[in-house]
Design a protein around this ligand. Structure first.
Ligand code: ASP
Length: 581
């Protein structure tokens, strides 16, 4: 090896040892006749010293070394006079006898420091340099440690990690597929998997009753801060289980992860039904680090003189504890917040619970003090509290109020970093009606089983059918989701027909799975967790990009590779593809 130690290893116990280190030149500084160089590698930093009096030639060479040059230095470990308590090697330095330049470096386009001066795009273009910086490096180390802990846990409870193919067949259900043309089969395409869903179900049929995989998935969706076209899932499936078994097994995984990588012991994971989550928080992924749950107020606020409420499907509000002192200006700012086009509410009504048991409200001319008192009572609001109320079409107004609740939570400092509230959301509806296309879509995916007691409703009221489908939410972010699966051909066919697929279409797209169901398919179910998201949330970050070694930018491009890119006509011809404008 070209080195005897790493740049993090040496300490006072190594004094007088002859050592050789390799690394990148972080910085150098001159102090009188001495030259100090910080040598950096993946592990840390060690100070090298060159003494002009001892060896002026060597000192001169050292002075000529540039930032990020790769060097090898041999010397003797010595105790430092002025120690640096911030780094593990801070008690020592290396008195250098020989230095070799292993490679030079151009001046990097941004500083390789914890706080870099490079913008996002520049850092992506030179991602290999960005990866040298501690914050990014620490994220990747965290990711590695997390994957090891997951594998340890899953292996410990008998799960096998099995790889599934990346070149598969496109299906129109779900998100958009990335396609790969097949040269050997002109005009035919593979698709990259959005998830290994059907394969893991086939593995259950094959008898591998506990499968998992930390696996790349591909979805051609519009990008957001927490989305990447390729991302990683912890994909899992089990046979001979019911929903409860899955929730408990993966509650174990989540507890293990928190314990091992965060040192946090989670007692148990609360559960809420989809219906309650929507009713109480206006979201299927509520942030339950704080309360402010919704109270429905139709019975208290309709049938008075305020026509806006009278004409609304739902009147709903929540209490902001101790916020009665909010100024008119602050309240107006909340109204402006909900009226922004992104939220699109018509307005916001407030009731202030005064210390003297009277009420002040933006709609006080329509309601008596008794009316307002009865709202406060229903909301469990007391003197000093503020009640915020919105109204409209149920689905819409819940969503709008949810945004306001989250904003207030943030403003009141209730979304505390370092606090984690994992939550199971259960009993999702099987289907979701889409007004635009006038058809049902699978809420989770078409392989999710209806609850057995709701089977009969499939024919009469499909929209009311619930599924044994569940999501794991942490602090308002969906971290995982899964379900108990259909395992009979007949039920799967029925599901496809409810989704509007003809028998022939269903057969063409999923015949392989339905056929397989006929060869002894065990009852099974599973779940998949977003691995990148899990990394981000465990570090209180909202960008999954920071935890991916080579991510795409917000337009789905890789600025370093300059991908995607056009390909040359010969390649296209070989693939039998031609573009016409
Ligand atoms: N394959 C599903 C998904 O990617 C997860 C599951 O049902 O296990 O969302």
């Amino acid at each position: 090896m070209l080195r005897t130690h790493t740049c993090e290893e040496l300490n006072i116990s190594n004094v007088n040892q002859k050592v050789t280190l390799c690394g990148w030149l972080q910085k150098n500084r001159k102090l009188g006749g001495m030259l100090f160089v910080d040598l950096r590698d993946r592990y840390g930093i060690t100070q090298l010293v060159f003494n002009n009096e001892r060896n002026s030639e060597l000192c001169e060479i050292a002075e000529s070394l540039g930032r990020e040059w790769v060097i090898q230095a041999t010397g003797t470990v010595a105790e430092r006079y002025s120690k640096n308590k911030n780094i593990t090697t801070g008690d020592i330095e290396i008195i250098v006898d020989a230095v070799t330049v292993l490679n030079r470096s151009e001046i990097p386009p941004f500083t390789i420091e914890d706080e870099s001066d490079g913008g996002d795009e520049l850092r992506l273009k030179y991602r290999y340099l960005d990866l040298r910086r501690n914050p990014v490096k620490n994220n990747l180390i965290f990711r590695h440690n997390l994957s090891i802990e997951i594998r340890n846990y899953m292996n410990g409870i008998g799960f096998l990690e099995i790889e599934t193919p990346f070149l598969i067949k496109s299906t129109p259900e779900g998100a958009r597929d990335f396609l790969v043309p097949s040269r050997m089969n002109p005009c035919e395409f593979y698709a990259l998997p959005q998830s290994p869903q059907t394969f893991k179900q086939l593995l259950m049929i094959s008898g591998y009753d506990r499968y998992f995989q930390i696996v790349r998935c591909f979805r051609d969706e519009d990008l957001r801060a927490d989305r990447q076209p390729e991302f990683t899932q912890i994909d899992c499936e089990m046979s001979f289980v019911e929903q409860e078994d899955i929730l408990q097994t993966f509650e174990g995984l989540i507890k293990h992860i928190f314990h091992k990588v965060k040192g946090i012991d989670i007692e148990s994971i609360s559960r809420i039904t989809f219906e309650d989550a929507m009713r109480l928080y206006g979201s299927d992924k509520p942030d339950t680090r704080f309360g402010m749950s919704f109270v429905e107020l139709n019975d208290k606020l309709q049938h008075r003189a305020f026509s806006v409420f009278n004409n609304s499907e739902l009147v709903v509000g929540f209490v902001a504890k101790g916020c009665a002192h909010y100024s008119r200006k602050q309240l107006d700012a909340f109204t402006d917040f909900v009226k922004r086009p992104q939220i699109g509410a018509g307005g916001l009504v407030y009731i202030i619970c005064n210390e003297d048991s009277t009420f002040k409200s933006s709609v006080e001319k329509f309601y008596s003090q008794e009316d307002l008192a009865s709202v406060a009572e229903k909301c469990n609001a007391f003197a000093g509290d503020l009640i915020l109320i919105m109204s409209g079409e149920t689905k819409k107004v819940r969503k709008q109020l949810c945004e306001l609740r989250l904003e207030m939570g943030k403003q009141l400092g209730l979304c505390r970093a370092g606090e984690y509230k994992p939550l199971w959301v259960i009993d999702f509806p099987l289907l979701e009606w889409d007004d635009e296309t006038q058809r049902f879509y699978a809420k989770h995916h078409p392989f999710t089983a209806p609850k057995p007691e709701h089977l009969a409703l499939m024919d009469t009221r499909p929209g009311a059918v619930l599924a044994n489908a569940y999501d794991l939410v942490i602090n308002g972010t969906e971290i995982g989701g899964g379900s108990i699966r259909i395992y009979s051909k007949e039920l799967q066919q029925k599901m496809f027909s409810v989704l509007g697929l003809s028998t022939e279409e269903a057969h063409n797209q999923f015949g392989f799975l339905m056929n397989a169901f006929q060869y002894g398919c065990p009852p099974h179910g599973g779940i998949a967790f977003g691995f990148d998201r899990l990394c981000a949330i465990l570090n209180d970050s909202d960008s999954i990009r920071d935890f991916i070694a080579f991510p795409k930018n917000n337009s789905g491009r890789d600025p370093m590779l300059d991908a995607p890119a056009t390909i040359n006509p010969a390649q296209l011809k070989e693939l039998g593809i031609s573009f016409k404008n």
